[in-house]
Structures are given as structure tokens and as C-alpha cells.
Design a protein around this ligand. Structure first.
Ligand code: ADP
Ligand code: ZN
Length: 433
């Protein structure tokens, strides 16, 4: 089978636009009726959903940012009653609280079909055995892929993360043909496969890698190590999760499903960039019920590519992600904002408000985050035990907010250079992957 939903995947351009307009009108009406946040925005702009007459009218609609989700934490932007929500997921917010996203039963169906489309697109079918080596839980990557694998009818191996040797044993024992993980974990798996000397005992033929940026040299490394084709998977919780854009077998740009999303590529002023230029991906959901989102500023930078593709799919296409418009860091696939760290630190006594963040990649090719903070003069008792106690508090508070462990490096007051301008707080020493 070549397509999962051929009607939508290969729809003619004008028909697709007609469908988009119909769905955009419906989405605008839904948020206007059901989400006070959007109603207020529409009122402030002096517009109603009836002002959406052409696709170009999307420019009149308000933008949405991650902070809007946080300000309406947890369920304030949901457009349906809580009874209709069958699942939530969460991802890290810009500071403090995470952002929570919700799904109706139909949303889960839509997402599963979108994933099954992606899998079909890269040549998988019911005969495949698919190991999903990402975190299950509040992150969207686990269950998002899982439901898609089952929808396709393939055999899901929900291995989750960790225990790398066991992961590789599973690949051998279960005859795993496809795997999903972050590219950095993929590199570590590859290294472990080499050390175990079992490369020729694996049946892998396809890998899906996402949740963090990676390069074509990493693609080559992964493809050579596992003898697979490696595909880029892009997504974000606010738009469902993984799978909203995915590479096809051409491995030249990602299809972003136009029957479900409208893509704009905008400059800093919110204007569409010139054709082929880099800009921020701004997405509008067209079919999401629980949490419809208008013009979401993803913060991800990419280029728009011509929509014609030899694979026959007619969706919009984007380049791989080329960077971030804001200061968000991606550490082990998890979003980390320096402002979150600052937020934690200012609330802790016994340390100053100066800090630095160091990012490194360890021997296992996993990201390590180290936060260097200064001990307050008054807090310095000369007792090692007291120092350890301060360190523990900082580590504990950071862990609970970031959802990943951060090393804490306590230094003497005055060690961190004071800046007279914009302080350079982040030192990313990871080699690009
Ligand atoms: P996730 O569970 O994937 O981390 P989030 O919603 O928390 O989901 O994070 C989404 C962000 O992760 C995106 O906005 C983007 O910055 C990054 N991301 C996801 N997939 C990719 C990818 N294939 N390439 C580069 N960055 C990605
Ligand atoms: Zn294609």
C-alpha cells in the first residue's frame, strides 16, 4: 500500500485549499464560541469568525504563544467540556508551570491516522515490528507513536527509554524492523550495538528520529550503523504531538499535513517571508477539537519547500528545523527555557541571582545540563555538610521544574562575571548532531 488516506494525501491543490478554508472557518467559529481567551482577542481586533472569507484572511486572526497556554493553565484554552476530553499530555512551559494539552476521542483518532500515514509513507505496514524507544507518559512522543503503530496494524514494542543493552536484545529477540527514538539516543544505541558486535543480528530497516534537531551527517551515521533509512519526525504538543510533519522516502523535506494544519513561515514582524527564505513556523490547527489553536508561534525556524514531491503527496512541505527563534534549549528531547531555571533560582535563599548554564554531551552521547550558581556570603559556614544541603535543594527544585536532572556547581560569590549588557548565560558545548 502506498498511501494510508489517499484522498487527503494526494488531494488536488485547489480542492485542498477549499477544504482548508471550510475548516478554518469552522475552527475560528469554535474558538470564538467556546474559548474566552480567543473571544477577547477577536473583540480587541474588531473581528468575528465571519471575517474569514478567504484563506488569506488568516492574517487577520490573532496569534497564539506558549505563554498563552501557560497563562490559561491548565485547561483554560480547551474548546470542549471536560467530559469530552479523553486524554491530556504536557510539555515544559517557558517558566514554572508546564503547558497542558487535551484530546477528544476524535482527536486521538485523527492523530493515530496521521501517524499511520507517516508510517505508510516510509514503507511500513502491518508486517513490521516497531520499537518505540521514547518516554511514555505525559510527553506526547510515547503514546502518540504507539497509537499510530497500532492503527497501522504493526506490532508495537513499547520499550520506553533506558536500559540500552536490553533494548538491543529486544531488537534481536523480537525481530524489530523499525525504531523510534531521539537522534542522540539513536547514536548511543548505534555505539552500543557496535560494542556488543550484534549489528548483523538486527533486522532493522527503518528509523524515525525526532523531538530535537539533527543534521544530515547524523543521518548518515545512523543509516550506516544500523543499515536503515532514517527519517525526520517533527511535531509539538500544542499541535497534537509528533507526526504533524514527517519525511517521505525522498528524504528531502517534511510533508506537513495540509488537511489538518495551515502553515505560515513568518519573519520577526509577523509578515510572510519571501519565497524560500527562512522564518518561524506558525501553525493553525484545522481539525483539532479539544484544543484548537490559531496561528501558533512554534519558535522553530525552517524554510517552505515547493509542494510538488515525487512521492505524489500534495501537502505543504518544509525543510528540516534549522534553529529556534527564541532561547529554548532542547536537552534530551525536553524543552528547557533559561527563564525556567532563573525562576527556580531566584526563589532559593543562600544563593545569589547570578547563574550560568552549561550544556555538554556525555560519553553515552546524552545531554548533560550543569547550572553554575553562586553561594551567598552569609550562607558560607565553612561546613561541607551545609554546602551539600544547599546543592541538594537547588538540584531538587530544578528537577521538579525541568523534569530532567541538572548538575549543580556551587561557586564562590563573585566567580560569575557580571555583565553590563545582555548577560551570556548559556554555554552550549555539545557538538552538533
Ligand atoms: P516533544 O515531546 O517532542 O519534546 P514538545 O511539544 O515538548 O514535544 O516539543 C516540541 C519542540 O521540539 C518543537 O517545537 C521543536 O523545537 C522540537 N522538535 C520536535 N521535533 C523536532 C525535529 N524533528 N527537529 C528539530 N526539532 C524538533
Ligand atoms: Zn514526498
Amino acid at each position: 500500500m502506498k498511501y494510508w488516506q489517499p484522498k487527503f494525501e494526494t488531494m488536488k491543490h485547489d480542492e485542498l485549499q477549499e477544504l482548508q478554508l471550510k475548516r478554518l472557518k469552522k475552527t475560528a467559529a469554535a474558538v470564538y464560541e467556546n474559548v474566552p481567551f480567543y473571544r477577547e482577542k477577536f473583540d480587541a481586533l474588531g473581528i468575528t469568525p465571519d471575517d474569514v472569507k478567504t484563506l488569506d484572511d488568516i492574517k487577520k486572526l490573532p496569534m497564539t504563544r506558549k505563554t498563552d497556554l501557560r497563562d490559561n493553565y491548565p485547561f483554560g484554552l480547551f474548546a470542549v467540556p471536560k467530559d469530552e476530553i479523553v486524554r491530556i499530555h504536557a510539555s515544559s512551559g517557558t517558566s514554572g508551570k508546564p503547558t497542558v494539552v487535551g484530546y477528544t476521542a476524535k482527536d486521538i483518532e485523527t492523530w493515530a491516522d496521521m501517524m499511520a500515514r507517516n508510517f505508510t509513507m516510509i514503507g511500513l505496514d502491518a508486517s513490521d515490528v516497531f520499537q518505540n524507544a521514547v518516554n511514555y507518559g505525559l510527553f506526547t512522543g510515547g503514546l502518540g507513536f504507539h497509537y499510530g503503530i497500532e492503527r497501522l496494524g504493526a506490532m508495537a514494542v513499547p520499550s520506553g527509554t533506558g536500559n540500552t543493552v536490553r533494548q538491543i536484545e529486544m531488537m534481536q529477540d523480537f525481530g524489530v524492523t523499525a525504531i523510534h527514538c531521539t537522534p542522540s539516543y539513536g547514536l548511543y544505541l548505534a555505539e552500543t550495538v557496535r560494542e556488543m558486535g550484534v549489528a548483523d543480528k538486527l533486522s532493522l530497516r527503518v528509523g524515525c528520529f525526532g523531538a530535537e534537531p539533527w543534521s544530515s551527517s547524523t543521518r548518515k551515521e545512523l543509516e550506516d550503523a544500523f543499515q536503515i533509512k532514517a527519517y525526520d519526525s517533527y511535531g509539538l504538543s500544542e499541535m497534537m504531538g509528533p507526526g504533524i510533519a514527517f519525511e517521505c522516502q525522498e528524504q528531502d523535506g517534511l510533508h506537513i499535513w495540509s488537511d489538518h494544519y495551515i502553515v505560515e513561515i513568518l519573519d520577526e514582524n509577523g509578515e510572510e517571508v519571501a519565497e524560500g527564505e527562512k522564518g518561524e513556523i506558525v501553525l493553525t490547527s484545522l481539525t483539532k477539537e479539544a484544543l484548537p489553536v490559531l496561528r501558533y508561534r512554534t519558535g522553530d525556524i525552517a524554510r517552505r519547500l515547493a509542494s510538488e514531491c515525487p512521492c505524489g503527496r500534495t501537502s505543504d512541505r518544509i525543510s528540516r528545523i534549522l534553529g529556534r527563534a527564541d532561547d529554548m534549549l532542547i536537552v534530551r528531547g525536553i524543552n528547557v527555557f533559561p527563564s525556567q531555571i532563573e525562576d527556580v533560582l531566584v526563589r532559593i535563599e543562600k544563593i545569589t541571582d547570578q547563574f550560568e548554564i552549561y550544556l555538554d554531551r556525555n560519553k553515552k552521547k546524552l545531554d548533560e545540563i550543569t547550572v553554575r550558581v553562586e553561594l551567598d556570603e552569609d550562607a558560607f559556614t565553612g561546613e561541607i555538610g551545609d554546602l551539600a544541603a544547599v546543592k541538594r535543594v537547588v538540584e531538587g527544585d530544578l528537577k521538579s521544574v525541568l523534569n530532567i536532572r541538572a548538575n549543580v556547581d556551587l561557586v564562590e560569590k563573585g566567580t560569575i562575571p557580571r555583565s553590563t549588557g545582555k548577560a551570556k548565560r548559556v554555554f552550549d558545548r555539545r557538538e552538533a548532531i
